[in-house]
Ligand binder design. Sequence first.
Ligand code: PLP
Length: 446
Amino acid sequence: MTENEKRAKKEISRHLEKMMPNSHEISKRNAQILPHEIVNTVILPYPFYVQKAEGSRIWDVDGNEYIDLTAGFGPILLGHSPEVLVDAVKNQINAGADFGLTSPLQGKLAELLIEASPCAEMVNFSNSGTEATMEALRLARAHTGKTRYAIFTGSYHGVHDAALIEADKNSDQHAPTGRSKFGALGIPQYIIDQALILPYRDDAAFDLIRQHKEDLAVVMIEPVQSSNPRTDVGPFLQELRNVCRESGVLFMFDEVITGMRIGGMGGAQAFFDVKPDLATYGKVIGGGHPVGAVAGPADIMNTYKVIFSGGTFSGNPLTMASGAAVLNYLKTHPEVYPHMAEQSNRLAKEVNKFLVQEDMNVRMMNAQSLFSFVFTKMPVESGWDVAKIKYDFQPSLFYSFLHKNGVVIPGLHLFFITAAHTADDIDMVIKAMKKSFLEVRSYGLI
Ligand code: PLP
């Protein structure tokens, strides 16, 4: 860290500590009892505890109000606690929050999802995106009788072992080898050996699939990668679809983030007009409650009858009721999507115009309402490029200034806007971002 960075960090940390004394106290207490309060990749600029949230806003335990761009890491499509959701959840709690046994609600949410998801004839529910991708790999192996699976450089599919493999940055960019994500311990070598890492947006991926087709059960891809959200992936996805079909390898979209967000309720399948063999869901389809789902055609989904799946809370009535309330709302209010797309594209355009004018080493990438900052002005072609960025300064510094200026991004690199963000909210976000970049620059950084 440079002297200028150290000075900026010290001054903004002092400011945030004064602004959030209660958060500071809670953080000190929790450090003794919680080894890991939140997911690994979240870079909160300063310990910060949320008291409540409504619409596009959140309040911390010190009473500070912010515009929230975290959106619960994606599930909060309609903003926090919309009436339609609160009513559904209250009714369901009164009727019983958890039966273990089946209720009609699973079928209701499944019908809404099947209507929206082009590849889906059947659905299996679980409790998180992690469970969904884990089950989908098991299903694909059982269905094909093959064991290996392929994922892409720059991907994210959750926290089970098989999802925690990434490309080794020191290997060949066009035929990367795998290692555990972030070099984290605890992932056995035999899992790493089962993963075939494919280069994202690189034609070399097609030949690798053909070469490994005898062992390869499934190719799993985020149709839009959260590490570099973009909309120019259509031709690559279409060609992958063709290559997988001709190679006898299942092709799976991980729509945990894109589902119900990009391209309306049809998700990335509708946006890119590509129909995979399987799709996984999470986030939005639970209406803010923990959820995961695998969806696909009946011939593949019937393989569920010969694998093990399920859990105490899978398909629980509270999640099913809240998910159905949100999906029903989206079905009857399609105007939500053009509003979000318009505000999202305006945000990206305005901020990028400013960054170019100021010649700053930062760009905002977006695929509609899914965003990420990349801290370079060089074109970013894939997550491989993102991983290789040499930062001028730690991005958490920018997020700290932004926090002071009333906007929260979890520093995951990715962030969202919701249907509750008004044009005025977006104006405030643009202003706060510009101010924060200039404040970072005032320390001789960027
Ligand atoms: N797949 C994708 C594409 C994701 O973005 C995520 C989470 O961000 C997951 C899977 C894992 O979902 P969860 O955090 O609900 O386990």
